[in-house]
Design a protein around this ligand. Structure first.
Ligand code: KIV
Ligand code: ZN
Length: 500
């Protein structure tokens, strides 16, 4: 009989800490429901004390989701735990995830403390969380750089205090796979409560040296029975272990008798949804979900695959939900076809919202012959702009070789109309200068990336921007078949996020 590996998804907590990837509560619920359909066991829904938005999202996700355990993060601080317990009040299955740094740099510099006091604080936090919930997970932050002997004492103490899961994070992504695997093995062999089955160990690996998945697998092969992961591997800095990689490693390697509950055919739609809602492109060569993950371009490979796919493919793209025969929508597709495709992609839409999205779809289908899944997800998110105070009314640009680019722009600011024009060294420069003639603030464009959604000169271009204003950096996104309009939309998206 095979063992079960619990999948703990932290896309909505560690993943969402990435600058520019923040979601609103409605979007978080959409992702949480998709994670439920994907089959994750635990959803880390947020860090409730960190902001009213996070607090509220944990409440709403708890209401929306039925099967997975909903988990809320805290520091080893009573107030954090009180707030997390309150946010989890509606969850059908709930877990508090509390913890403290255990490595010497954390103990000395972050807490100005000593090893014994840290154990006392860890135990006190677990006991306090146990007053509210049965299921308490403890994290030993920076366990990757914590000496094994001391770490075993911490784990022993928190398990005795009632922790049901103990998380061993490689917070800085420093460990080598062998080192991380040995750490888990050492704990399994030296902590009585683990061999007695009172608690399980969890992996939580960051990807700073590109070893997050390798470290996670080393941990699992040495006895960890929960893996903390994110969709597309998103997360702070270089990200976290990606869910799709762990799930597919266990599916492909039949010799490892460990299973997950993941419905792998939902991997690709989930990846697209997260990428689209978070405006976070997936690198083309990303394992499992990148655009090129199953694209054989060399002649030798193509020849082999045509003769027999087993020559170069270790997994079937259909197993991760990539369907070559997926229906491509065109201007002749009806509202029902759009509704169905949205539903396959995890977006349930009805009534007026569906009508509005269908109208946008028809406009796009007029400009583009085929509307693909990325386009559809982009359209599904377009209604986010409707709530903005600053909206683009129109944009007219004249440009060409050997002439100056000139732009005229019309904005609607909270119902009032404004117009301006400007010239520049190119169409985007002219359009943004015209915009700045209306919104006269000290704004500096820090980053500007343009990406075509798939291919073809009629494709939709996506623009990501970072604009610095009043000491803060704001992230914006725009998508349009006209790249100049997409750029202006992204700039306006940043402006709409200004705090004052
Ligand atoms: O990386 C880390 O150590 C964390 C903990 C808060 C679990 O994300
Ligand atoms: Zn982390």
């Amino acid at each position: 009989m095979s063992d079960k590996l619990f999948i703990f998804d932290t896309t909505l907590r560690d993943g969402e800490q990435v600058p520019g990837c923040q979601l609103n509560t409605v979007e978080k619920i959409q992702v949480a429901k998709q994670l439920e359909a994907l089959g994750v066991d635990v959803i880390e829904a947020g860090f409730p004390i960190s902001s009213p938005g996070d607090f509220n999202s944990v409440i709403e996700i708890s209401k929306a989701v039925t099967w997975p355990t909903i988990c809320a993060l805290t520091r080893a601080v009573q107030k954090d735990i009180d707030v997390a317990a309150d946010a989890l009040r509606e969850a059908k299955h709930k877990r508090i995830h509390t913890g403290i740094g255990t490595s010497d740099p954390h103990i000395r510099y972050k807490f100005n403390s000593n090893r014994e006091e840290i154990i006392e604080r860890a135990v006190a936090a677990v006991k306090y969380a146990k007053r509210y919930v049965e299921d308490v997970e403890f994290y030993a932050e920076d366990a990757g750089r914590t000496e094994n002997e001391y770490l075993a004492r911490v784990v022993e103490a928190v398990v005795k205090a009632g922790a049901t899961v103990v998380n061993i994070p490689d917070t800085t992504g420093y460990c080598l796979p062998q080192e991380y695997g040995e750490k888990i093995k050492y704990l399994m062999e030296h902590v009585d409560g683990l061999s007695a089955g009172k608690a399980i160990l969890s992996t939580h690996c960051h990807n700073d040296l590109g070893m997050a998945t390798a470290n996670t697998m080393a941990g699992v092969l040495n006895g960890a029975r929960q893996a903390e992961v994110t969709i597309n591997g998103i997360g702070e800095r270089a990200g976290n272990t990606s869910l799709e990689e762990v799930a597919m490693i266990l599916k492909c390697h039949k010799g490892i008798a460990i299973d997950t509950n993941i419905n792998t055919q939902k991997i690709y739609p989930t990846s697209r949804m997260v990428s689209s809602l978070m405006n976070m492109p997936v690198q083309p060569n990303k394992a499992i979900v990148g655009r090129n993950a199953f694209a054989h371009s060399s002649g030798i490979h193509q020849d082999g695959v045509l003769k027999n796919v087993q020559t170069y493919e270790i997994m079937n793209p259909k197993d991760v939900g990539i369907d070559d025969n997926a229906i491509v929508l065109t201007a002749r597709s009806g509202r029902a076809a759009l509704k169905h495709r949205l539903s396959v992609l995890g977006v349930e839409m009805e009534g007026e919202r569906l009508d509005a999205t269908y109208q946008d779809f028809l406009k796009l289908a007029d400009k583009k012959k085929e509307v693909n899944d990325d386009d559809i997800l982009m359209l599904a998110g377009a209604d986010r702009a409707a709530a903005h105070a600053v909206k683009l009314d129109y944009l007219q640009v004249t440009t060409g070789m050997g002439v100056k680019s000139v732009a005229c722009i019309g904005l609607d600011i909270a119902g009032e109309k404004f117009e301006a024009s400007a010239s520049g060294n190119g169409p985007v420069d002219a359009a943004i200068k015209a915009l700045k003639n209306i919104i006269k603030r000290q704004m500096v464009l820090k980053e500007f990336t343009i990406q075509a959604i798939s291919k073809g000169s009629d494709d939709v271009g996506k623009v990501h921007m970072q604009v610095e204003y009043d000491g803060h950096v704001y992230y914006g996104f725009g998508a349009n078949t006209d790249i100049v309009s997409a750029s202006v939309e992204a700039y306006i998206d940043c402006i709409n996020k200004f705090k004052k």
